[in-house]
Design a protein around this ligand. Structure first.
Ligand code: HSE
Length: 397
């Protein structure tokens, strides 16, 4: 008898899960050690032409009350009704694998606790970095390390847009439209552009690595909407690529500092060469020094690959994986304020600005320059105000 699972949502990712499962069913079953099949696909829309039309249901209770379904792939996105559905499945002992970053970033602690109480698993490899294995390596393969920092390009859409702007001189809006057509962007792409998607992902990484739930509201987040072609060009002349970098650093005072900001990444840094929809995550630890994970960060089959990897794990692991967990947090006093963030900074200032004591590295692009000193975020803000800066971005060597 085959093991049955259900797929919640038949959008980009959900339809990818169904497609990849049936494409590779034989090898998936070999790896899982059992025969498997999809029993239900939940979606409110009709798909009469789908080869799997007989599996569709609009009623979540069909899945919840079917004891044959032991595992569920949640690919609906958003907090509700995903949270209610996922919690109900876990309470019935059905393991859940999700690609839903918002759900994990807002409710991960509750869902992990529920899974533990009901001896099943809440897996979320697909919620960070698309196809890249990063969640399992962080709590398993790298478990021997004191992890001091994680920094990465965690949003495929913005990396795609920045690459198109740089390589093809493509205007921002055109690049965004293309990213939407390719299935990279969120339903509401402002979540990508304004950095909220990357913020959710660094919250998940921070919670997993440092053991306490980090909420998006505690994380300073700035997106790419103010980046102009002239910033991309100027930073190139200076030897840097502009990337939307999400990072979390363990500070000497024991607090952590997560944030998301467009950043000038030096061409000497391996992350500067991460282009298009690709993501990269750099992990720094006392044993490993640094390790980079790289791959497609968004899209139908890359994300489906991660979801199905988790479904296979859920079928194989009959007990809760305890290393993949974190505590709830009643306050965010363990999260440092952005004012402590220290860096060199790039400014773009209007021509003719009075710049005293700061070296101008290149003045072809409306007076772009990088300060040679290390400033905290607060000091950089003050300088930006003093110069009337039009852009102010940290620099990563
Ligand atoms: N909109 C997301 C991105 C999808 O562009 O990275 C993958 O999480």
């Amino acid at each position: 008898m085959s093991v049955k699972f259900a797929v919640l949502g038949h959008g980009v990712v959900g339809s990818g899960v169904v497609e990849l499962f049936y494409k590779n069913k034989k090898s998936i079953e070999k790896r899982a050690g059992v025969e498997m099949d999809i029993k239900y696909i939940l979606d409110l829309r009709d798909f009469p032409d789908s080869p799997y039309a007989d599996k569709f249901t609009k009623n979540f209770d069909d899945i919840l009350n079917d004891d044959e379904v032991i595992s569920v792939a949640e690919c609906m996105g958003g907090v509700e009704p995903a949270f209610t559905f996922v919690k109900a499945c876990l309470e019935k002992g059905k393991s859940v694998s999700t690609s839903n970053k918002e759900l994990v970033a807002e409710k991960g602690d509750i869902l992990l606790k529920t899974a533990k109480e009901h001896n099943c698993n809440f897996f979320f490899e697909a919620s960070v970095g698309g196809a890249i294995p990063i969640i399992r390596p962080l709590h398993r393969c790298l478990a021997a390390n004191d992890i001091t920092k994680v920094a990465g390009i965690l949003n495929g859409t913005t990396n795609f847009i920045l690459t198109k702007m740089y390589n093809d001189n493509m205007p921002f809006d055109e690049a965004l439209k293309l990213a939407q057509e390719l299935g990279y962007a969120e339903k509401d792409p402002t979540a990508d552009i304004e950095g909220h998607d990357a913020c959710r992902k660094i919250c998940i990484i921070s919670s997993l690595v440092f053991g306490k739930h980090v909420y998006p509201k505690s994380v300073y987040t700035k997106g790419i909407k103010d980046i102009q072609l002239c910033d991309v060009e100027a930073s190139d002349v200076l030897g840097y690529a502009i990337k939307l970098v999400a990072s979390v650093t363990k500070l000497e005072n024991g607090k952590i500092l997560p944030c998301v900001m467009p950043t000038l990444v030096s061409y000497d840094n391996i992350m500067s060469g991460v282009n298009d929809v690709f993501n990269a995550v750099l992990v720094y630890g006392d044993g490993i020094d640094q390790t980079m994970f790289y791959g497609r960060g968004a899209g139908k089959l890359p994300t489906a690959s991660a979801v199905l990897g988790d479904v296979i794990e859920a079928v194989k692991h009959k007990v809760t994986v305890l290393s993949q967990s974190w505590e709830s947090s009643s306050d965010d006093s363990f999260v440092s304020k952005i004012s402590e963030f220290k860096s060199r900074w790039y400014f773009r200032v209007p021509s003719g600005s009075a710049i005293n004591g700061v070296e101008v590295y290149n003045s072809d692009y409306g007076m772009s320059f990088i300060t040679s000193e290390e400033l905290t975020f607060t000091q950089a803000e003050a300088k930006a105000k003093e110069f009337g800066a039009l852009a102010c971005l940290p620099v990563l060597e």
